[in-house]
Design a protein around this ligand. Structure first.
Ligand code: SAH
Ligand code: SF4
Ligand code: F3S
Length: 454
């Protein structure tokens, strides 16, 4: 990446090569798409720069899951314009889920954007940039088959110690609060050979951890070469058998499709990380039903029990929505009760955000915003306590950690990640970056663990 250009260099780069700056919001699937856009633009001769003011093209990969996430991108564009980092010469290309959600509307409302694309059309971005350059007319291109991009993108570049691999796109579950089925489209799985090829490439490029991605990875149903179907559990065995892979993570699993064979795979494959993310959203069956989540608090508890039976060191994390329209105090307390029973590790919780076009946007909602905030604070305090209790258990244990890089606070320290997804900092040589090492945990810090290299 090119950093700190002076004014003349900036002008030269913008004219000769084309430079791009890329920013990303949202989930890991967006981070994956961003990596692929980076490789694509680089392969076409664009040079990446570290500031929007040095860029001829500013690429924004956005999230629409909550209103706040959506607003962030427009606030950012306004701020850059105000500071002069982005001007009328800059080509602003807005993609990600807001691209699909608002599409042509973004151009009609003149929000300082030249190109609108979507998670499905990232492979067309270079052509869209050329089209805009040739015509100076804003362009919106958000529709394509969601598998098309995978066939059209160049092989990926180096990703570091851990590499994301999207195994499926979209979601067909239509939970009543969620915009994802409308922004990423119907659920579709990639072919097994295609996924394994991408995994092998990352492992050859030096990754030792593979992180499989999808909105509901456990409902994966890709095709094998002979046309037969492959389940997610079967895919895990295939990925685990690849040479050089040392750890596998997957995100996100819907409790609904968490089948017995997947639980068995977790027991049979120690290479699968201890951290398992299974969003429950609520502990109230009434609320779950109104959210169109197809499981109950009891079936969720049974699932956690089954996983812990085959993997006692498993750490279950979750996502929660508080203040879903009509959620009563008693129903919120059922969520608190479930948290106490499961004892979740490092989880995410959000106040319900009304998303246009989703069924819940029309549900009556008598709960005040203030009440919702109070519920969120209560839940977060409990979740934090659960995570803290787990942290204490690591003191004096030996952990296998994957070294991701140097610590942002101290150049002389390394930053690594444990199987249970804890950040561990310790002193060691930079040569260890990208490898798996053993450390003893010697101190519990508020958000990290301190270790000693063994
Ligand atoms: N596919 C995953 C979730 C993906 S979205 C699953 O079903 O488990 C990530 C998280 O965002 C969700 O788990 C949910 O907690 C949160 N979320 C989605 N829509 C939301 C909304 N309208 N308001 C608040 N949080 C929301
Ligand atoms: Fe959204 Fe539900 Fe699909 Fe998850 S399963 S992406 S919450 S619709
Ligand atoms: Fe956001 Fe789209 Fe991911 S809405 S959470 S970026 S799938």
């Amino acid at each position: 990446m090119i950093t700190n250009l002076n004014a003349n260099q900036t002008a030269d780069f913008k004219l000769q090569l084309g430079t791009f700056y890329i920013a990303v919001w949202g989930c890991q699937m967006n981070v994956y798409d961003t990596g692929r856009i980076r490789d694509l633009l680089s392969s076409k001769g664009y040079a990446e720069v570290s500031s929007p003011k040095d860029a001829s093209v500013v690429v924004l990969v956005t999230c629409a899951v909550r209103a706040k996430a959506e607003n962030k991108v427009f606030n950012q564009i306004d701020a850059w314009r105000h500071q002069g980092d982005v001007n009328d010469e800059t080509i602003v290309a807005l993609g990600g889920c807001v691209g699909t959600e608002l599409g042509q509307k973004i151009l009609d409302e003149d929000r300082g954007v030249s190109i609108v694309f979507s998670p499905k059309t990232i492979h067309r971005l270079p052509d869209l940039i050329e089209l805009y350059k040739a015509t100076s007319r804003p362009v919106c291109d958000v529709e394509a088959d969601s598998m098309e991009k995978f066939d059209s993108l160049p092989l990926q570049g180096r990703r570091g110690a851990s590499a994301f691999v999207t195994i499926m796109e979209g979601c067909s579950n239509k939970c009543t609060y969620c915009i994802v089925p409308y922004t990423r489209g119907e659920e579709k799985s990639r072919n097994v050979a295609d996924i394994l090829k991408e995994c092998r490439n990352h492992l050859q490029e030096g990754a030792c951890e593979l992180h499989l991605l999808g909105q509901n990875v456990n409902s994966f149903c890709g095709l094998n070469d002979d046309g037969s179907e492959c389940s997610f559990a079967e895919l895990l065995y295939e990925v685990a058998a690849l040479p050089k892979v040392q750890r596998i993570r997957f995100t996100t699993s819907n409790p609904m499709d968490f089948t017995e064979d997947l639980v068995e795979a977790i027991g049979a494959l120690p290479i699968i990380a201890d951290a398992i993310h299974i969003p429950v959203q609520s502990g109230s069956d009434t609320v779950l039903q109104r959210m169109h989540r197809r499981y109950t608090a009891e079936s969720y508890l049974k699932l956690v029990e089954d996983i812990r039976k085959v993997r006692p060191s498993a750490r279950i994390s979750s996502d929660f929505i508080v203040g879903f329209p009509g959620e009563s105090d008693a129903q919120f307390e059922e969520t608190m009760e479930l948290v106490r029973k499961v004892k979740f590790d490092q989880s995410f919780s959000f106040i319900y955000s009304k998303r246009p076009g989703t069924p819940a946007a029309d549900y009556p909602d008598e709960v005040s915003q203030e009440e919702k905030k109070q519920r969120l604070y209560k839940l977060q305090a409990l979740l934090e306590q659960c995570a803290k209790d787990y942290s204490q258990e690591y003191l004096n244990t030996v952990q296998d950690v994957l070294v991701e890089g140097t610590s942002s606070k101290d150049e002389n320290e390394l930053k690594a990640r444990s199987s249970a997804n804890r950040i561990v900092v310790f002193k060691g040589s930079k040569d260890l970056v990208g490898t798996m090492v053993k450390v003893r945990i010697v101190q519990i810090l508020p958000h990290t663990l301190r270790g000693e290299l063994l």
